[in-house]
Write a new protein. Structure first.
Length: 396
């Protein structure tokens, strides 16, 4: 009988995916997997198959077909039903195409470069505050979280007074243990904030949401959905990536020394950290719209499939030189930390820009930065849909 297992969650080491994923990749890169509701679907762990599936139009991203690969009651109101207006990650073409085209120009490399002065100013203000209050801090609360929050709020036009509330609601939404009722209530509060932001015509409150409102090509609920999606995803992915990257560098002093000795390495270092850490650790869901053959297996319409990005980013068939090793000089081309294909993360260039600004500045301000507690005492956010650390106590 064919072996069927649940999605593994236990990590042997904080920066590595669960070991069974890598064992499946070696033996059976498209494998049967059981879902929390009893459905038996599939998991993809190879780099090649992940990219093939994520660009194959026969596989849908629509939310009415989605299942969470691990127990997550907070998704109950949102999975198994059509996507809310504006939630392009839960849509297929042509709805997805129409919305993405409206936003693509706001997230180009050129547009992100225009944000460099803003990001640099926020980084310097936060690090100066840490230096004045130190020595010692929780790097998540003092730096990674406020940087991510301030940048995405500035981009969208969310008011400063709303930031603490949106952070609290975002934590509820991304916590795997949140109930359906708590998640729905947190989502409602975020929608109220975003609707007020989009409707705010004060000259001191510009931003993407107001620009979309003034363009008039999207309706109010689509703009609200886009705003909530960008606010939560942009904030959590950057916070997780940045804090976890600092933890990884402090845990690999040879690679940190290499980065400090070669500042020009920062762009490639960021790509390698994104690949190595892959904060979207429970992958992305897809569902075949028809019975089909894929990678030698017969898949049925409606089968749930989880594409494991963290496993694909450790595939030795693509990353040939010891992919389980952090190597800031590695050829990182082709990593799938932001997904792949038409649904590749819209804000990926923003995450890169923030990390490229934050990491060199952090170690320039605090050249003796070190963990303030043993590495094994760092609380990992395995209970969140975006991986990272809950706290990162550091000293200098």
């Amino acid at each position: 009988m064919e072996s069927v297992s649940a999605h593994p969650t236990e990590r042997a080491r904080p920066f590595d995916p669960p070991r069974p994923l890598m064992e499946w990749q070696d033996r059976e890169p498209l494998r049967r997997m059981s879902y929390p509701d009893g459905h038996v679907g599939w998991v993809v762990t190879s780099h090649e198959l992940a990219r093939q599936m994520l660009t194959d139009p026969r596989f849908s991203a629509r939310s009415e077909f989605k299942r969470a690969p691990v127990h997550r009651p907070g998704t109950d109101p949102f999975f198994g039903v059509p996507a809310a207006p504006g939630w392009l990650v839960d849509m297929d073409p042509p709805q997805h195409t129409r919305l993405r085209q409206q936003l693509a120009g706001q997230f180009t490399v050129r547009r992100m470069k225009e944000l460099r002065p803003l990001i640099g100013r926020i980084v310097d203000e936060l690090l100066s505050g840490m230096a004045e209050a130190g020595p010692g801090a929780d790097l998540v609360e003092a730096f990674a979280l406020p940087l991510a929050s301030q940048v995405i709020c500035e981009l969208l036009g969310v008011r400063h007074r709303d930031r603490v509330e949106f952070q609290r609601n975002s934590r509820i939404i991304f916590n795997l243990r949140s109930s359906a009722a708590d998640t729905s209530a947190a989502m409602d509060r975020l929608y109220a904030t975003i609707r007020e932001t989009a409707a705010d015509t004060a000259p001191e409150a510009p931003g993407l949401l107001r620009a979309l409102t003034e363009e008039g090509t999207l309706d109010a609920e689509e703009i609200a959905g886009i705003g909530v999606l960008l606010l939560t995803a942009g904030h959590d992915s950057t916070t997780g990536s940045l804090a976890l990257s600092v933890f990884a560098l402090l845990s690999h002093p040879d690679q940190l020394a290499r980065l400090l000795a070669q500042p020009s390495l920062v762009d490639n270092a960021v790509e390698e950290l994104l690949r190595y850490l892959t904060v979207f650790h429970y992958g992305v869901p897809r569902t075949p719209l028809e019975d089909l053959e894929f990678a030698g297996r017969h898949l049925k319409a409606g089968d749930s499939i989880t594409v494991s990005l963290s496993a694909a980013n450790r595939d030795p068939c693509w990353f040939e030189d010891e992919p389980d090793r952090l190597d800031l000089g590695r050829r990182t081309t082709g990593h799938v930390a932001f997904g792949y294909g038409m649904h590749q993360c819209l804000g990926q260039n923003l995450v890169r820009m923030e990390m490229r600004a934050a990491l060199p500045a952090l170690f320039r301000y605090f050249p003796s930065l070190a963990l303030a507690v043993p590495a094994e005492d760092i609380p990992l956010s395995t209970d969140m849909s975006v991986y990272g650390v809950h706290r990162l106590p550091v000293t200098w």
